[in-house]
Design a protein around this ligand. Structure first.
Ligand code: SF4
Length: 361
């Protein structure tokens, strides 16, 4: 059982983050924000996949202006990602962003930081202080002789202090690097020093498969310490993959449940059925179901039902047939051709009234 750190709560749009609220999943568009149609289409895809907060890059005033129209088309909170130019932050606030991601230290004089903090406060916007290992301040790199956990934590503390100086406390903090142990050490230092919610994620994690594994290692370690209030799994390519990975990580840690979970045995010399194919097809056919149900696909009856005792329903191959089981107890024998329909029927029976559309086409 993971005990979550007791962080403060910020509201991003209507979405609470921190203070023990369920850990929120976020992503970032990789469209040109000025291309409103493409950006809205991508956000809607992400929203449909389960994204709860979306961030867009705001590199210029045209992108800042696009926020107004993008916001009208989407129904999840939007975070404006800004570097260097405080005027872009002010424009993003004015145009309806729900949160800013900046580094106060790189948007200019204290007077500019004060203006951004005051504008965000007036509109109830939180600010994420986002420190990345690749953009640490020169003086911190010099002080610590390169990128270190102490240096990253110090950078975050320094940037947070700049906002606090102007009475701004509606803060989320992130420290990102691709190095898992460095990230862990930096968060451990930071969590002792700050009450604010943590946005966690590895930066530049990589391609979908390898990046998801690296993210699972890093985020899993942090989450097991109770750290993390919102996650982003950074993967190259279509960001929808980030949402799937984040859901799997949170579900594996027992921190959230997202609809159907299909577990399957690894197969061995006793395997009697097409475990991988059946499991994949069930995942696809039940992807729209939001009720938490665990389904097991096991290759044989020798170990199948017993090993998958925690599953709500399952199937195990055996002598050209299969057994259907519920919570480890065999219910009946079905033919190989009937296996998938039998499982789908069981699931449908459990949640008939909750389905948005039929399972069996
Ligand atoms: Fe092998 Fe049966 Fe275990 Fe699957 S459930 S790995 S087929 S022993």
């Amino acid at each position: 059982m993971i005990t979550r750190a007791n962080t403060s709560v910020v509201h991003i749009g209507g979405v609470p983050v921190g203070g023990g609220h369920p850990i929120k999943i976020q992503s970032m568009t990789n469209t040109d924000t000025r291309d409103i149609a493409s950006t809205v289409a991508q956000i809607k895809n992400l929203q449909a996949a389960g994204c709860e907060i979306i961030r867009v890059a705001v590199p210029d005033m045209e992108a800042a202006s696009a926020i107004t129209r993008i916001k009208k088309e989407i129904s999840i909170p939007l975070v404006a990602d800004i570097h260097f130019d405080y005027k872009l932050a002010l424009a993003a606030v004015k145009n309806g962003a729900d949160k800013l991601r900046i580094n106060p230290g790189n948007i200019g004089s204290e007077n500019r930081v004060r203006q951004v903090a005051e504008a965000a406060k007036a509109c109830g916007l939180p600010i994420r202080v986002g420190v990345n290992s690749g953009s640490l301040e020169k003086e911190i790199l010099a002080k610590y002789n390169g990128v270190t956990a102490q240096g990253m934590a110090e950078s975050a503390l320094k940037n947070v202090a700049l906002l606090e100086k102007f009475g701004f406390n509606d803060i989320v903090v992130s420290i990102k690097t691709t190095d898992v142990s460095l990230m862990l050490d930096a968060h451990k230092i930071l969590a002792k020093r700050l009450p604010y919610p943590l946005h966690i994620g590895l930066t530049e994690a990589g391609t979908p498969y390898n990046g998801a594994i690296r993210s699972a290692a890093g985020l899993g370690a942090l989450l097991s310490l109770g750290l993390g209030d919102t996650v982003r799994v950074s993967l190259s390519g279509d960001p929808v993959a980030e949402i799937h990975a984040a859901k799997e990580i949170l579900a594996a840690m027992g921190l959230r449940r997202f609809g159907v979970k299909v577990i399957a045995c690894p197969t061995c010399g006793r395997t009697d059925i097409d475990v991988a194919g059946i499991a994949s097809r069930l995942e696809q056919k039940l992807a729209h179901v939001t009720t938490p149900i665990t389904i097991a696909v096991m290759g044989c009856v020798v170990n199948g039902p017993g090993e998958a005792r925690e599953a709500d329903v399952g199937i195990a191959g055996g002598n050209g047939k299969a057994v259907l089981f519920r919570k480890g107890e065999v219910v009946r024998t079905v033919g190989v051709d009937e296996m998938e329909v039998a499982v789908l029927g069981e699931v449908e029976g459990m949640i008939t009234n909750l389905f948005q559309k039929p399972i069996v086409d």
